[in-house]
Design a protein around this ligand. Structure first.
Ligand code: SF4
Length: 620
């Protein structure tokens, strides 16, 4: 097996070839492999070459699943590089919403109602882009072949499809089912409502697919989101209004009756857990046995026809949302019903219950992450302790030099968040900025911590280009912020841990010299968390706080801390501003590169500047 001829670069970095070989062997021997390598190691290129080599030898496909669009783009960049050296057909697939050409000609449609919009137009032959897929098979096939030869950018695919008047999603979908390497969001693999698009209804067979899961430490969070649904009473009110406007009189009457029952359920229970069976029993006794199922069907199926018939100004959004919730309420068995502020939630208390079985359906699975340590807890957190799993962790790159400074004089603990505390944190960050010439990334535990810190530091560190992440950034806004950061070598980026800049963004070479981690982003106590705690406790898990709260928060911090290490030989500083980072338990959980050279204490700003200056004055 020759990895070098397939590898996108002239040579391997230290440890990369061994990593690629381990992936290759894991894929050949049908393993579930957990593979860890530090930030900046070049994991993607190494995993790709190992997985592609195995897929070519076994006649299987590679499906590379990523959490975010940004991560998909980065994988695509690596695939394109590989294609310049080694001929391999590859494609990527986002959501229909990302590709729709019809929508661009009319009124905007929200992502929530888009499914209804596309289905209606396709079923009623109103979308010529879709019709042309079968009316112009030759041109469609050529577009697919072009996409397969070299993965097009999103813009290129849109332009190419528009020029022959076909739906770009259909082109991308067909390309993905024929490609050796398919790069897709997690949804196409782990969301059972969407996965059939790729696997059951198309040509991909799981048993002939090598699955690669990028940033696999996110899987539990993702599966929790997929397994949950919520419905507020305000949304039921919205559905009533929409049903009235669409002349769905029967549905409007039923929704009003439903609202009364739901209101009663929510207000009669003081705790977070609601009795789902009791609610269903009440519905059955008051309205009849199949009433709920019929209403769910009417809301999901009939609103579409009603919308088309009456040319309602806007697409209904609350009706399908209510319909979907009711379908899940009346069918799913494992989900628990909880009281969310002003509404109801359905939660899957053990979101990883069937993950092991699911992964076993693939020829092999490679779960890639920079933060696997401790591997046994990682395994249990993904419910993989009952299936056979191999673990491979690359040794830390000795050429990377990182000094970690833990500051114990501050914290973002909720009760300690006073203006004085934020001032103290801002002073320390200003001290760090004053002694660091190149770029700095400041990663806060949440947006509510980020905003005051940003305002205070801006006043203290005048003359530096300050760039801030904002909640709900569009891809365009994020790209502009990134360009602004890149435009000035001394820029300071303010972002949140776990956000788009702390994972998946590539701060190449010497763009960033220091990272400041502000606070620990423990998840807030919610009904979802209580339900999961309860479930883990019942399963005999002793480390439920570690698995559900502490480790995810630390992983976000460690991921962000590694942002500035993008190549071998990199030198940089990490400042962890929160006393909660200063414990032996946290040090044990740190990746090795982060705990090689640690100093801790309550440092004043001049001392922080001194520590930083001393580090940068060390000979290489
Ligand atoms: S088929 Fe394609 S172009 Fe037509 S509505 Fe659906 S996504 Fe849009």
């Amino acid at each position: 097996m020759d990895l070098t001829t397939r590898f996108a670069y002239d040579s391997f970095r230290p440890g990369q070839e061994e990593f690629a070989r381990r992936v290759y062997e894991g894929c050949m021997s049908r393993q579930i492999l957990i593979a860890e390598a530090m930030s900046g190691f070049g994991k993607t290129a190494a995993v790709l070459v190992g997985a592609v080599a195995a897929s070519e030898e076994t006649g299987s496909r590679v499906v590379y699943a990523c959490r975010t669009k940004r991560q998909i783009l980065r994988v695509i960049e690596e695939v394109s590089r590989m294609q310049r050296k080694h001929r391999v057909e590859a494609a990527s697939l986002l959501t229909k919403f990302d590709y729709c050409l019809l929508m661009r000609q009319g009124r905007p449609v929200s992502p929530e109602t888009f499914g209804l919009y596309c289905k209606f137009n396709v079923q009623n032959n109103l979308c010529s882009y879709f019709l042309n897929v079968t009316l112009s098979p030759g041109e469609f096939e050529q577009a697919v072949n072009r996409a397969l030869r070299a993965v097009p950018s999103h813009l290129e695919l849109m332009r190419d499809s528009e020029s022959i008047h076909v739906c770009p999603y259909e082109v991308a979908k067909m390309a993905v089912t024929q490609a050796r390497v398919a790069v897709v969001p997690y949804h196409y693999v782990f969301d059972e409502r969407i996965a059939p698009t790729l696997f059951d209804r198309n040509s991909l067979e799981r048993s002939k697919t090598i699955l690669v899961v990028d940033e696999a430490h996110n899987l539990r969070d993702f599966l929790r989101g997929v397994g949950s649904a919520s419905l507020s009473l305000d949304q039921v009110d919205g559905a009533i209004r929409e049903a009235d406007a669409l002349f769905m009189e029967e549905a409007a009457r039923s929704l009003k009756a439903l609202r009364i029952i739901l209101q009663r359920t929510v207000s009669s229970s003081p705790g977070w857990l609601l009795d789902r069976e009791l609610l269903l029993e009440q519905v059955r006794s008051e309205q009849g046995t199949a009433w709920l199922q019929n209403l769910a069907f009417e809301l999901t199926a009939c609103s579409e026809a009603a919308w088309g018939s009456f040319q309602y100004r806007g697409l209904p959004s609350f009706i399908p949302k209510t319909g979907e919730f009711l379908s899940r309420l009346s069918s799913a068995e494992s989900e628990v019903l909880v009281n969310l502020d002003g509404g109801l939630g359905l939660l899957e208390p053990n979101p990883v219950a069937s993950l092991g079985q699911h992964l076993q359906r693939f020829r092999s699975s490679v779960l890639v992450s920079a933060t696997v340590n401790p591997s046994e807890v990682f395994r249990r957190s993904l419910g993989l302790d009952k299936v056979e799993v191999s673990i491979y962790a690359t040794p830390s790159d000795p050429s990377v030099t990182v000094r970690t400074v833990i500051d114990t004089g501050v914290t973002t603990r909720y009760k300690a968040r006073t203006p004085q505390m934020f001032c103290k944190i801002a002073d320390k960050i200003a001290g760090i900025i004053s002694s660091t010439q190149n770029g700095i990334g400041v990663f806060a535990s949440s947006y509510s911590v980020l905003q005051p810190i940003y305002e205070m530091v801006s006043k203290r560190a005048d003359g530096r280009n300050m760039v801030k992440e904002t909640r709900g950034f569009t891809s365009q806004e994020a790209a502009e912020a990134f360009d602004s950061f890149r435009s000035d070598r001394g820029s300071v980026l303010f972002a949140v841990q776990g956000g788009r800049f702390s994972e998946g963004e590539d701060f190449r070479e010497d763009m960033m010299d220091a990272v400041v981690i502000v606070g620990l982003s423990l998840p807030p106590p919610t009904a979802t968390l209580y339900a999961e705690y309860e479930c883990l406790k019942r399963a005999g898990e002793k480390d439920s706080f570690l698995i559900l709260s502490r480790l995810p928060a630390l992983r976000k911090a460690f991921q962000a801390a590694g942002r500035h290490i993008r190549n071998p030989g990199k030198k940089g500083m990490v400042f962890m501003l929160d006393q909660r980072f200063d414990s032996s338990a946290v040090r044990e959980l740190m990746p090795a590169w982060l705990r090689t050279d640690i100093v801790s204490g309550d440092f004043n700003p001049p001392r922080l500047a001194e520590i930083s200056a001393e580090f940068w004055s060390r000979p290489d």
